[in-house]
Design a protein. Sequence first.
Length: 134
Amino acid sequence: MIDHRFNAREKSSEKTNGTEKRDRERDEVMTDPDVPGPSDPYLREHIHWLVTDIPGTTDVTFGRELVSYEIPRPNIGIHRFVFVLFQQTARQTVSPPASRDHFSTRSFAAENNLGLPVAAVFFNAQRDTAARRR
């Protein structure tokens, strides 16, 4: 028997001002908090991607890309790459950051009245080492 805490429950659709929350736009941020290296991340956070105004019913290709995608290329050690998704409370204009380094996801959310993230995920990556000679 499955514990009742893990049973699937259907939630009623939440509405705000007559529109379902799932139809609100979202903002996605991808950062590396371990730049230039995990032991001394003095450039934290480095922003790899920023997409705003993502419709709630589609994917990021329909959003507005403010910072173009930069492929993860960690120099030293194992880096965490973090995706954070925020749900906008209202349609708004978001300005791109002045620099990719020293970005703060927390400050970005506060400055744009985004509240807490609705989703987050991360992955680890490290530099590919060259094949060794035998």
